[in-house]
Design a protein around this ligand. Structure first.
Ligand code: SAM
Length: 343
């Protein structure tokens, strides 16, 4: 195992069989060795800096019906909400005062926010906070729409590919969604000039080790600037309510693999990881992650953006508790910085 891990560190890549062996035969020793090397790699590029992103979950309306997602359109138990432009600007104001220099606008696929409305919001944020980066995460849109939003000032785009295997994709999504389109969106975003993030859920229903290796190969092909992975967590009102959650352990192991594959990538310790394990965020940083994304949404809507059961949204997960987050990050030898944190 150590030989394979060292090859991964030296070359940044492995053969399919070697990746499978690395994942299937993982043990305490390989886990610790890999996270040690991943920490060294991130230190070379980023020192002990950790970047923060203020996450604004601005709508939980969604036209899609992804089988795993709590805000899927057919879930009638969700109380739907939309933030107005004024609400969003107020979130940014609070975030700026707290030291955030990246805002992430995330939501369901809600075409109430057409290009005119969303471009107006993007322009307003960029005009008011010229030293901040703006990330969008609003799903699949046309090339022309992505281009308009980019031209209005959006800097980055997060669109997890979810799984790079076609058959697996169809087990997670209804037939009107396709992996082909998802991938095309990602390549379009790159071509337009966004800093792009892809990613997948760890332990999603029907996922095999081969699927995960396929994800690693796809990520290698896309060469994203950001990679978001987090454990799948079941939601009681979805088709996958009875499925087992992914594990923090495999998520952390994959964070280390990704850091060794892509030393310069921006890699968050995600909310889902923090939901499964109360110290998931710190463990994520120690496994090679270098980004955390506290919740900057108005407190009144936080519980309504329920992608999965028991999603954390208060305590250190909340942007207003960033000082306590700073302390816990300092306690493990790292430092939260007030910077945009570009690729
Ligand atoms: N609508 C946008 C999109 O499709 O990219 C952004 C919002 S979507 C809710 C954000 C991410 O939440 C998805 O890419 C998915 O990976 C994650 N997610 C949804 N349901 C989840 C679950 N049950 N467990 C873990 N992550 C989940």
């Amino acid at each position: 195992m150590r030989k394979i891990i060292e090859k991964l560190r030296e070359t940044g890549f492995l053969e399919k069989e070697e990746f499978i062996c690395l994942i299937e035969n993982r043990n305490k020793d390989s886990f610790e060795y890999m996270s040690f090397l991943a920490r060294e790699e991130r230190k070379k590029v980023f020192g002990n800096k950790v970047y923060i992103r203020g996450l604004i979950e601005f709508t939980n309306y969604c036209k899609n019906d992804c089988f795993y997602c709590g805000i899927r359109k057919s879930n009638t138990n969700v109380t739907r909400y939309r933030l107005t432009e004024e609400d969003i600007m107020e979130c940014c104001k609070q975030g700026y005062e707290l030291g955030f220099r990246t805002f992430v606008l995330q939501g369901g696929e809600d075409f109430h926010y057409n290009d005119d409305l969303l471009c107006g919001i993007v322009e307003n944020i960029k005009k008011s906070y010229a030293d901040c980066a703006l990330t969008l995460s609003v799903g699949e849109r046309s090339y022309a729409s992505y281009k308009r939003l980019f031209d209005c000032g959006a800097d980055r785009y997060l669109l997890r590919h979810e799984t790079a295997d076609d058959e697996h994709y169809r087990k997670l999504h209804p037939s009107d969604l396709s992996l082909e389109n998802r991938k095309e969106c990602l390549f379009n975003l790159k071509e337009i000039g966004y800093q792009v993030g892809c990613g997948f859920m760890v332990g999603s229903p029907y996922q095999t080790v081969e699927n995960i290796v396929g994800d690693l190969f796809f990520i290698k092909e896309l060469k994203p600037h950001m990679i978001g992975i987090g454990p799948f967590i079941s939601h009681c009102d979805t088709c996958f309510a009875e499925f087992k959650n992914g594990t923090a352990e495999l998520t952390l192991y994959l964070i280390s693999i990704l850091r060794l594959m892509f030393p310069r990538v921006l890699l968050p310790a995600t909310t889902a990881l923090g939901t499964l394990d109360p110290s998931g965020r710190e463990k994520g940083i120690l496994a090679g992650a270098n980004v955390v994304m506290p919740n900057l949404s108005p407190v009144s809507v936080r519980k309504k953006y329920s992608l999965y059961d028991n999603k954390i949204c208060t305590g250190d997960e909340a942007a207003e508790c960033v000082n306590s987050l700073k302390k816990s990050i300092e306690n493990i030898g790292y430092r939260i910085v007030v910077e945009r944190g570009d690729y």
